[in-house]
Design a protein around this ligand. Sequence first.
Ligand SMILES: NC(=O)c1ccc[n+]([C@@H]2O[C@H](COP(=O)([O-])OP(=O)(O)OC[C@H]3O[C@@H](n4cnc5c(N)ncnc54)[C@H](O)[C@@H]3O)[C@@H](O)[C@H]2O)c1
Length: 318
Amino acid sequence: MSSAMRAIEHDVKDVSLAPQGKKRIEWAEREMPVLRLIRERFGAEQPLKGVRLVACAHITTETANLARALQAGGADSLLIASNPLSTQDDVAASLVSDCGIPVFAIKGETTETFRRHVRTALDFEPDIIIDDGSDVVATLIKEQPDRAKKIIGSTEETTTGIVRLEAMLKAGVLGFPSIAVNNAQTKHLFDNRYGTGQSTLDGIIRATNILLAGRTLVVIGYGWCGKGLALRARGMGANVVVTEIDPIKAVDRRGCINRRYFRDRHRQPSRDRRRALRQNERRRDRRQQRSLRSGTESGCVARVVWRANPRQAFRRRI
Ligand SMILES: NC(=O)c1ccc[n+]([C@@H]2O[C@H](COP(=O)([O-])OP(=O)(O)OC[C@H]3O[C@@H](n4cnc5c(N)ncnc54)[C@H](O)[C@@H]3O)[C@@H](O)[C@H]2O)c1
């Protein structure tokens, strides 16, 4: 047990996981050059010296690097998990053991444990709150309104959190500024569209071990996350169906995801065009059969499927 760890309170699964977590944090850092530069600058300038900071976020390697940057800037930080399912226990252990940062996060923690962690975070008396879903800010305003007056400000990461903040603003109870990180275009693109689009599919595949090609996948809502998810699922061969209450987004979906279906359904191609399409298809068939015949072992499996189901919708969909 390191001396840094002995001095701080924490609630993590197993601190002996720290060496593995440290390696993963360092691996992630290689992909985060901007944060690395900020950490170096923070180290020299100490802009957060004396600031007490609570971060309620996904306790993952990326957040660990953020926490290290904040620590380098002089902040006194405490971390809790915003989502019980994304916590990486080895990363939490490393933050406690190697960085001396108090972390309260256990993968799979119950709602009751999460609420206890939120209260622990508020007892830390933060000046700044980094929130993800507005749970810390909402609890603070509801249970400790006097302490809320001392908050310098907060940041909010996610769409749901912004909705809750707007409701608090409307009710006149949000007494400090909050930066809607979620409203940044880069956040929408990298987190909601590309990040969530990829990680949702990753989660489904890991949990179910199914092949997406040929499956029907229903995406509810064609917003930032829905778009990313739908496009990626389509790229992996799934038959994607989107439900959407906003008529403009619904039309957008029809145009983007299923452009060929939309076109073919509403426009009859000319005779020449039909002939050209048939020729193209025959050429593509021949090319694909040639490549499958000369293929590897997996190519051989595919060839059997090909012969058994010539020109069928499944192949077309892939
Ligand atoms: N877990 C994560 O890491 C993570 C990351 C980003 C966003 N999120 C969450 O994902 C959700 C979506 O985020 P977003 O940025 O895509 O939001 P968004 O506002 O861009 O999209 C939501 C879409 O859902 C549609 N919608 C609302 N009610 C509907 C209904 N009943 N049926 C069909 N469609 C409906 C809306 O019209 C809108 O187009 C939010 O709850 C957000 O907090 C989670």
